[in-house]
Design a protein around this ligand. Structure first.
Ligand SMILES: CC(C)(COP(=O)(O)OP(=O)(O)OC[C@H]1O[C@@H](n2cnc3c(N)ncnc32)[C@H](O)[C@@H]1OP(=O)(O)O)[C@@H](O)C(=O)NCCC(=O)NCCS
Length: 281
């Protein structure tokens, strides 16, 4: 890593999502093979804050986002540096800024890190709580009727979700669930949200009382989707992993759920079989 030529650049808040900036942020996402859409950037802009670093031509070269989740926790997301600007200290700078914003708010900073991100965040005293893997399934013809919008009591779902996570994020769930392309599945022993991503449907959060219930719900959802599917599953779910492999899912990349300090909120993690996504927890 070329760390000898670090350039101190200004980190600035992105207060309005203009078309040019949105296109550049979309390119940052595409450069890393990530799945976020303009809807996701809009969620960060309305419920949290987006920070960027620009080059001499005012073009965005790095991003980071902070998303408060209730009074206890805040997620740091979207730490992305354009490939040509990596290794010059920009990622560290934008991340340090996001972390300071979280600390000023009195919340615990949490995130889901890629391996490259994990190396950086460890230097800020973040440590892994648990690990997860993105599983993907290629596009294939749907074998069941398409998902329709089920009528769901979002308050009840948000309460379950808060119990599982140890912090509340009703507004985030509502944003994900209310999108035109989103579908909610409610079964006796679990629920899931399916939303449209840049390159694949994302299934999550998926909360269920057991791995078998989670696999059944996942199978039901996946059979009704024709496009590629991503699902981010905690690694300590052996039965679900076995089901995923048998259903034609392959592993794409790994993440570490990390928190700074020792006071990360604790929920009933056994219910979480897929997270909403590394950007949302
Ligand atoms: C991870 C990323 C944001 C780092 O940005 P960057 O500007 O290249 O990082 P910096 O130059 O500020 O380096 C900071 C530290 O991060 C670590 N680091 C950065 N990239 C790394 C990599 N690919 N592998 C291992 N460590 C890495 C190094 O420890 C580095 O410290 P050093 O300079 O003392 O060696 C950037 O590589 C990126 O956008 N990657 C793709 C998206 C991604 O994975 N983002 C993290 C999401 S959690």
């Amino acid at each position: 890593m070329a760390s000898t030529e670090h350039v101190a650049r200004q980190v600035e808040a992105l207060n309005a999502l203009g078309d040019v900036d949105l296109a550049t942020l979309g390119q940052l996402v595409a450069d890393s093979g990530w799945n976020q859409t303009a809807d996701d950037w809009a969620l960060f802009a309305t419920q949290g804050s987006i920070y960027v670093v620009r080059d001499a031509d005012r073009r965005i070269v790095a991003s980071g986002a902070v998303l408060p989740m209730g009074a206890k926790a805040a997620w740091i997301s979207m730490v992305l540096v354009t490939p040509g600007a990596r290794g010059q200290g920009v990622g560290r700078q934008v991340f340090a800024h996001c972390l300071e914003v979280v600390r000023q708010s009195g919340r615990t900073a949490m995130l889901d890190a890629t391996p490259a991100g994990e190396a950086l965040y460890r230097q800020f005293d973040f440590s892994p709580l648990w690990r997860l893997t993105r599983w993907q399934r290629a596009a294939q013809p749907a074998t069941s009727p398409a998902l329709h919008r089920e009528s769901i009591d979002l308050d009840a779902l948000a309460a379950l979700d808060a119990d599982a996570l140890g912090f509340a994020r009703r507004a985030v769930l509502e944003d994900l669930a209310d999108r035109e392309g989103s579908r909610l599945l409610r079964r006796a022993n679990g629920f899931a949200i399916v939303r449209a991503g840049r390159i694949a449907h994302q299934i999550g959060p998926l909360l269920a009382t057991s791995e078998a219930a989670a696999a059944a719900l996942l199978g039901d959802a996946a059979a009704r989707l024709a496009g590629p599917v991503f699902v981010d599953v905690p690694d300590d779910r052996p039965a679900l992993r076995e089901w995923l492999a048998g259903a034609g899912f392959t592993t794409q990349r790994s993440f570490a759920r990390m928190a700074a300090g020792a006071d990360a909120p604790e929920g009933q993690r056994s219910f979480i079989h897929a997270i909403a996504g590394p950007e949302f927890g």
